[in-house]
Write a protein that binds this ligand. Structure first.
Ligand SMILES: [Fe+2]
Length: 149
């Protein structure tokens, strides 16, 4: 009925509704990606640190940015991370955290200051995309690096 008054036919309304549903289903994902990227931009160098955004810890990049090595065998992925940082009683790396491309937690490895070096291994199956490793120093905060699988 309303279509008569708007000058459009039923097919146009259905097509338009489908397009609207598609757009509304896609927008949250795009909005999430944009908001994640925007949040990363705002937080980098302030809440977490990276080699290109060391913030107040400028000069400490080499000892805090986790190095990442990825080995892939078909669907099997081995992620190894290492932080070139001492493990002293009053200054050490507490843990490594593995996150997916949207910074969702996947796994973590907590280090024992007395017995461990800040090196971790994670195994994933069938993952594709960017992975982030966070390395948390008890004095110099959280440092992040990434690799693409
Ligand atoms: Fe440190």
């Amino acid at each position: 009925m309303a279509s008569k008054y708007l000058g459009i036919n039923r097919r146009t309304i259905i097509t338009g509704s489908s397009a609207a549903l598609f757009v509304s289903a896609v927008q949250p994902v795009a909005a999430l990606e944009n908001s994640t990227k925007e949040a990363l931009r705002l937080l980098a160098g302030k809440v977490f640190y990276s080699s290109d955004r060391p913030g107040r810890w400028k000069g400490k990049e080499n000892g805090h940015v986790p190095l990442i090595k990825i080995d892939k065998d078909k669907n099997s992925i081995l992620i190894r991370a290492a932080t070139n940082h001492p493990m002293q009683p009053n200054h050490n790396v507490i843990k490594h955290v593995l996150m997916d491309e949207n910074l969702n937690f996947i796994q973590e490895q907590i280090f024992d200051q007395q017995f461990d070096m800040p090196r971790s291994r994670f195994e994933l199956n069938g993952y594709k995309g960017r992975l982030y490793i966070g390395s948390l120093c008890n004095l110099h905060d959280n440092w992040i690096n990434w690799a693409d699988v």
